[in-house]
Write a protein that binds this ligand. Structure first.
Ligand SMILES: [Zn+2]
Length: 505
């Protein structure tokens, strides 16, 4: 077991991680409120915590990962009224779509995915506990948490009591004892989904679900709690107040992890700015793995700059260019091309992997380096640099390794190929067969550049015929014609193939 250190938002510093049970981690992350298709911001957060979960697994921990679905919420109810659907059914539909979208970015399903609508009894039980302890009180319109009953309020966010009172929205006619008190249970309004409770028909407030779900699936105290930075206040602050109010001081999350924001050329993501890109739009443009690759190239706590521009497409209509992701896609292609070369070189047909025995020292350090970097607050950018170095060494060995002992060279390349993939799993990248990735990438490029593949095929046949007839002038001319179409020929041992010429940007 590694000695993992992580940045705990509560202690505001990097601390050694000591799980409650050695070798096991209970981890909770606040999940989606599904009322519309998922966008790049959802994907970014899901990827960040999926990478942390994968990294923990890679470091040898057995991870129980709970990510909830808020399927009872004002926004869902509003949307359901617009579409005429049942709110819980609408949320279920968008939850399925969310999980399909996240799968495009190699986000693994959580161990448990609890929903509010199936945890009402657990939510009611914790609210009852808080009322009985005098930490919450019932009014006509619901049950409220008394912030005054929890002196430690503000410990995570640093928000003071005065700031809290000043910032609280003053609600007209509210009978709340303090403007800062927040709803645990809301009395049913006509046309809203509702459930029976000791306070009449109603539905949960937003924050209480996470206190109920963590207790149900991880116990009153558990190891890691994660979410976006925007959730620190009030959501996570309220979660702490609720859970410690119900189960006592020192309970609930033992470490807090928060991920940074995605910025678009200095702007935050916002519908008004027009940069709320759908997951399908991203995956169609550059492939899901490019976004994953881009995300893990940055540290999860750092704000990330994302560059885009609308430019005229082949048919004159504007097309969104995702420059950051296109760069990630090119780099990813380099890794897959490297893996394809290693596979071809070490296949049984071309001489094998060299069996057991010594390898070059520089080819056996990747795993150890990845363990060290991921043990340092999940430092994925350092791992990405290590992967880049391993790929560089592999290509050098393939290009210039003739002077090296045959067995050592084969074993070294096989080792690099295996370790590149193993470390790739820890980050959620390089999981495809290289031929599949490269074919899908070419299909996307062909589509976006409007390349006529039938014309390419015809020119290639003509070139083969010309070469067979020793008409090399014509064969060369055809190579030039293909280049003008944006196509580059590749003469490989298996015959002639082609790829799309990389844009210079
Ligand atoms: Zn939550």
């Amino acid at each position: 077991m590694s000695s993992l250190r992580l940045h705990d938002s509560l202690r505001r510093t990097k601390v050694p991680f000591e799980p409650m049970v050695p070798g096991k981690v209970g981890m909770y992350v606040c999940g989606p409120t599904p009322y519309a298709p998922a966008h790049i911001g959802h994907a970014y957060s899901a990827i960040a915590f999926d990478t942390i979960r994968r990294a923990l697994t890679f470091l040898g921990y057995e991870v129980r990962y709970v990510r909830n679905v808020t399927d009872v919420d004002d926004k869902i109810i509003k949307r359901a009224h617009e579409t005429g659907e049942d709110p819980v059914a609408l949320a279920a539909r968008f939850t399925t779509a969310y999980n399909e979208d996240m799968a495009r970015f190699a986000v693994q399903p959580p161990t448990v995915e609890p929903k509010v609508s199936t945890h009402i009894a657990e939510i009611v039980a914790i609210v009852e506990k808080l009322v009985a302890a005098g930490k919450a009180y019932a009014l006509d319109d619901g049950v409220y948490y008394s912030v005054d009953s929890f002196p430690a309020y503000g410990q995570l966010s640093g928000v003071t009591r005065d700031e809290l009172r000043e910032g609280a929205r003053v609600e007209v006619d509210s009978k709340k004892r303090d403007p800062a008190d927040f709803a645990l249970w809301k009395t049913a309004k006509p046309g809203e989904p509702s459930w029976d409770s000791p306070w009449g028909k109603g539905r949960p407030g937003w924050h209480i679900e996470c206190s109920a779900m963590t207790t149900t699936h991880l116990g009153p105290t558990f190891d890691l709690h994660g979410g976006g930075k925007d959730l620190i206040f009030p959501h996570h602050e309220n979660e702490i107040a609720q859970s410690q109010g119900a189960y006592g001081e020192g309970t609930f999350a033992r470490y807090w992890l928060h991920n940074g924001f995605l910025n678009f050329e200095g702007e935050k993501m916002a519908k008004s700015v027009g940069n709320v890109f759908g997951c399908d739009q991203i995956a169609d443009a550059v492939g899901g793995e490019a976004l994953r690759f881009f995300c893990v190239s940055h540290h999860y706590r750092s704000p990330v700059e994302f560059t885009t521009q609308a430019v005229p497409g082949p048919d004159g209509k504007p097309v969104m260019r995702f420059y950051s992701l296109e760069a990630a896609d090119r780099r990813l292609a380099y890794f897959y091309e490297t893996l394809a070369r290693i596979d071809a070189f070490t296949s049984a047909k071309s001489g094998g992997d060299g069996g057991d025995g010594a390898v070059l020292p520089e080819t056996e350090i990747l795993l150890t380096a990845a363990v060290a970097a991921l043990s340092d607050d999940f430092n994925s950018p350092v791992v990405m640099a290590d992967l880049g170095e391993a790929a560089r060494i592999a290509n050098k060995l393939l290009d210039e390794g003739k002077g090296i002992d045959k067995g050592v060279r084969r074993r070294s390349l096989a080792r690099l190929g295996r370790d590149l993939r193993t470390v790739g799993v820890a980050l959620g990248i390089l999981g495809s067969a290289p031929a599949d990735f490269l074919a899908a990438r070419r299909a996307r490029q062909v589509k976006s550049l409007g390349i006529d593949t039938a014309q390419v095929a015809a020119l290639m046949v003509e070139r083969t015929t010309a070469r067979a007839a020793k008409d090399f002038a014509r064969a060369d001319a055809i190579r030039g014609e293909l280049a003008a179409l944006g196509v580059e020929l590749l003469d490989t041992p298996g015959g002639t193939d082609w790829r799309v010429l990389e844009a210079s940007s």
